[in-house]
Write a protein that binds this ligand. Structure first.
Ligand code: NAP
Ligand code: MG
Length: 410
């Protein structure tokens, strides 16, 4: 059967997509997914960038910048999980000349993008929240607020003020508080440019996904700060996206964060929920956990012009990689990485008017879901499923089982 496919006409691509390779167990899965599920069927065109830690080190991280710029130029990328070095990694890889920054942070800054995290929903894995039928996608604003704040502790009675000095020489000062004893302080900011880019990415992605967009802040208390977020979103909606939303029958819905939390729990799912940095950090972990498994979360970085980079939300699965290096077979779940590939191929197909390529992406996803529905899955899913007597496969055999389903469809 495999021989027959080799002689089949492969699906042609007109424009390449950007391929960013990565680290550890996900790098191993990456090669298998390409070899078994994509290359036999697609005449794959990619611009390849090796974002593996050692190659980032050799290029002094220039490869990450080049990959991000290529993504801007080509409009679509797929990325493997990568190591963000910390102190422990510096000991593990003594050849590192610097503690290189997070590649995702670098790419996000260059693309001015927002990351959308969505769970892959399977019929036989039931979310903890019973009424969630469709995925809830979380869009987290990834700049500023508490994440770029300055903090201090003071010991004596006194007054803190907040002063802005304009380049023009104009100044604005507010009294934060006068305290009678020890106190703790924090100064936060955000920029209009970043909030606006966030809003645009959210409206763009909602249109692309044909899903409603919810946005929530605490603007009743934070009238000025959160009020700016609310105002900028409204302004973007009214001036740029309203017509398209109405044409597609989509809703832009703003509500207070407390109200949103209650509504999300009672909802059926199937929408995009945009959140400020901290809210998105917390809510994305809650939603991911309630939907099942980190291994089933995908992530798409969307820039305000609609450029997209697809990846799995999980990391490089280090613990499994060390078993793999010892020659053990691991049952690491490749689904989020497969869906990163299918997402990128579908987007490439849409941009190029290449229906065959977009249809292949759909079939790859269906073959993956059908394989699990047929009872074959990785260990993490077997522990969660309501399906009786699931067959637990190692990663490679699971990919081969998907290959069988895929061949039967093509
Ligand atoms: P991780 O790689 O996501 O793994 C954490 C644990 O979650 C694993 O040990 C495993 O649990 C489970 N898991 C995650 N993905 C799985 C999968 N596909 N199949 C089965 N189980 C899965 O997170 P980490 O260990 O904190 O981070 C490892 C490295 O990844 C770090 O160097 C970090 O910098 C990097 N990272 C990269 C990205 C990215 O590139 N987007 C994101 C996050 C982390 P069990 O061990 O219990 O089986
Ligand atoms: Mg978090």
């Amino acid at each position: 059967m495999i021989g027959e496919v080799e002689t089949m006409d492969k699906i042609k691509m007109t424009t390449p997509l950007v391929e960013m390779d990565g680290d550890e167990m996900t790098r191993v899965l990456w090669a298998w997914i390409k070899e078994k599920l994509i290359l036999p069927f697609v005449d794959l065109k990619t611009e390849y960038y090796d974002l593996g830690l050692l190659h980032r080190n050799e290029t002094r991280d220039q490869v990450t910048i080049d990959a991000a710029n290529a993504t801007k130029r080509l409009g679509v990328a797929v990325k493997c999980a990568t190591i963000t070095p910390n102190r422990q990694r510096m000991e593990e890889y003594p050849q590192l000349t610097e503690m290189w920054k997070s590649p995702n942070g670098t790419i996000r800054a260059i693309l001015d993008g927002t990351a959308f995290r969505a769970p892959i929903v399977l019929p036989m894995i039931h979310p903890v929240v019973k009424n969630w039928e469709a995925p809830i996608t979380i869009a987290r604003h990834a700049y500023g607020d508490m994440y770029k704040a300055v903090d201090m502790v003071t010991e004596e009675p006194g007054t803190a003020t907040l002063t802005f000095k304009g380049e023009s020489g104009a100044e604005k000062t507010l009294t934060v508080q006068t305290v009678s004893g020890p106190a703790v302080w924090q100064g936060q900011h955000n920029t209009e440019k970043s909030i606006r880019a966030f809003a645009r990415s959210c409206f763009q992605y909602a249109i692309n996904q044909r899903q409603d967009l919810w946005f929530s802040t605490k603007d009743t208390i934070s009238k000025v700060y959160d009020g700016e977020f609310k105002r900028i979103f409204e302004e973007e909606y009214e001036t740029t996206y309203k017509v398209e939303f109405e044409r597609l029958g989509l809703t832009y819905f703003y509500t207070l964060i407390d109200d949103a939390v209650a509504r999300v729990i009672r909802s059926r799912g199937g929408f995009i929920w945009a959140l400020k940095n901290y809210d998105g950090d917390v809510m994305s972990d809650m939603v991911a956990t309630a939907f099942g498994s980190l291994a089933m979360m995908t992530s798409v970085l969307v820039s305000p012009d609609g450029t997209m980079e697809f990846e799995a939300s999980h990391g490089t699965v280090t613990r499994h990689y060390y078993k793999y290096l010892k020659g053990e077979k691991t049952s690491t779940n490749p689904i989020a990485t497969i869906f990163a590939w299918s997402g990128a191929l579908r987007k490439r197909g849409e941009l190029d008017g290449n229906q065959e390529l977009a249809a292949f992406a759909d079939k790859l996803e269906k073959a993956t879901i059908d394989t699990i529905e047929g009872g074959k899955m990785t260990k993490d899913l077997a522990l969660m499923t309501t399906l009786p007597n699931p067959t637990v496969l190692n990663s490679r055999d699971f990919i081969l089982a998907i290959r069988e389903k895929l061949e039967a469809m093509l």
